[in-house]
Design a protein around this ligand. Structure first.
Ligand code: 5AD
Ligand code: SF4
Length: 455
């Protein structure tokens, strides 16, 4: 998943008319799962007569969908809540959703008594009830259960991107990585019924979406709960067969559940995108054991070899944590040489931060902040070199691009290849947004590709 970014969903859509006085402002922190949860919450609110507005000042209901994956992300939420208090907007209802809500629970009412709703993602199915309680004038409403086997399904989801639709297929996580809050904040793993997933994909195709991105913390651990008992690779193939769908993406994959049938599905069905996000976290088996990652360096490299052996090139990206308790200089060296061995197309890297309610909180976090920063910088520099070289190899090649952005500069556009590389390109075309074009790469840098449309 991506690093925490802050997004205000209402900036992308105009405010819609609502029932007098009921208007919500929704700000989202964190990963794609949170983005998509926010899309579902927005759909739910719109269907209940709320309008969506672009500023907290214009809203009667202010919601923050929060992330607590790393310390900084959680701090950002409290500072946002603090800022809001300073504005002293009376009469507004403020709610905290997502992982910080789950993590802090009723503590939020103590730290920020101006908050009225606290709801973790495993309890979103109760949101309609909770909203009704708030509308009836309740001042403290919570949804904090995680002992659920249900998933968050809504009748209406208000999606932000008109071409790529996110779709959750599995919620929660049953792994127990020692640094990670997700099993605690998002609860146990629950897979959605395959027929419900396929029904939604058909609806999306009818609405004009041509790309779907299947989401889950461990998306490839998917296990269909219905008698059809579809495996993840079978679901991928079935989604790709839905008429109107041109691209199927999925994220995030867990190395232990990454099996050869997934690679075979990518090989046999061009609509399944040639990109796998496979977080390794560390190149040292010793550190991986301490992280409870359930695979060794060699086992991970076997998965990479499986992909490199495919009859279609597959882009591979990863997540890495530096400075985990006990990570020595030589463990870190192993991570650096793993980068050289795999040659990732891109990576997200983080300094370890101890999180509440995780097993690793009991381990001494003895690597100093300065040393963590040094390792992070060394790692990022190495990756920069690798990416520069990899991107340069693409010069001269042509790729299909789904156009999703238009630059202010004339005749300049941007979009993604199937391998999820962003490319800026020149074209004389007029209405390219949402279309698929062929682009030849003419130039590159460590983080970008530049090209020209082929005609
Ligand atoms: N400290 C640092 N990074 C973390 N991640 C998850 N938990 C932590 C933590 N406590 C990183 C992992 C994961 C990504 C989403 O965030 O690399 O894959
Ligand atoms: Fe966290 Fe590990 Fe589950 Fe990923 S697989 S969400 S890192 S516990």
């Amino acid at each position: 998943m991506r690093d925490a970014e802050v997004r205000n969903h209402s900036q992308r859509v105009p405010a819609q008319a609502g029932v007098a006085g009921k208007a919500f402002f929704l700000e989202t922190f964190g990963c794609q799962m949170n983005d998509h949860d926010s899309e579902k919450v927005a759909g739910l609110l719109l269907s209940r007569g709320y309008a969506q507005v672009e500023t907290p000042e214009a809203a009667s209901l202010i919601l923050y969908n929060t992330c607590s994956i790393r310390e900084k992300a959680a701090q950002k939420v409290f500072s946002r809540l603090g800022e809001y208090r300073a504005k002293q907007n009376d009469g507004k209802v403020i709610g905290v959703l997502g992982c910080v809500a789950q993590q802090e629970g009723e503590e939020i009412f103590k730290r920020a008594p101006w908050v009225s709703l606290v709801c973790g993602s495993a309890s979103y199915r109760k949101l309609p009830e909770m909203l009704a309680q708030l509308e009836a004038g309740d001042h403290r409403v919570t949804g904090l259960d995680t002992d659920t086997d249900e998933t968050f399904e809504t009748e209406v989801t208000r999606r932000d991107n008109p071409w790529r639709a996110y779709l959750t297929i599995i919620e929660g996580c049953d792994k127990a990585c020692s640094y990670c809050v997700v099993p605690y904040t998002r609860g146990p793993e629950r897979s959605r019924a395959s027929d419900a997933v396929l029904r939604e994909v058909r609806q999306l195709a009818e609405l004009g979406y041509s790309e779907v991105q299947l989401l889950g913390q461990t998306v490839n651990s998917y296990a269909d709960p219905t008698p059809r008992g579809m495996r993840f690779s079978e679901l991928l193939l079935a989604v790709a067969e839905v008429q109107g769908i041109r691209r199927v993406r999925f994220t995030t994959s867990h190395p232990s559940d990454f099996t050869s049938d997934i690679v075979e599905a990518i090989e046999s069905q061009p609509k399944i995108c040639d990109h796998v996000h496979l977080p390794v976290q560390s190149g040292s088996t010793k550190v991986l054991r301490a992280m409870q990652r359930t695979y060794s360096r060699d086992e991970y490299l076997e998965k990479i070899a499986m992909m490199r052996g495919a009859n279609r090139p597959i882009a591979i990206t990863t997540d890495i944590i530096v400075g985990f308790p006990g990570e020595t200089e030589s463990d870190f060296e192993e991570t650096l040489n793993l980068l050289e061995e795999v040659r990732y197309d891109s990576l997200f890297s983080f300094k370890y931060s101890p999180r509440p309610n995780t097993p690793s909180i009991a381990m001494d976090d003895t690597i100093h902040e300065q040393e963590k920063s040094r390792r992070l910088a060394v790692l990022q520099e190495k990756q920069r070199e690798i990416q520069s070289a990899r991107n340069e190899e693409l010069i001269g090649q042509a790729f299909e691009v789904l156009v999703s952005g238009k630059s202010r500069r004339e005749n300049q556009w941007a979009g993604y290849t199937t391998s999820h590389r962003m490319i800026n390109f020149a074209s004389q075309g007029k209405e390219l947004l949402g279309t698929y074009v062929k682009v030849r790469v003419t130039d590159s840098g460590p983080n970008n590709l530049v090209g020209r449309q082929e005609v």
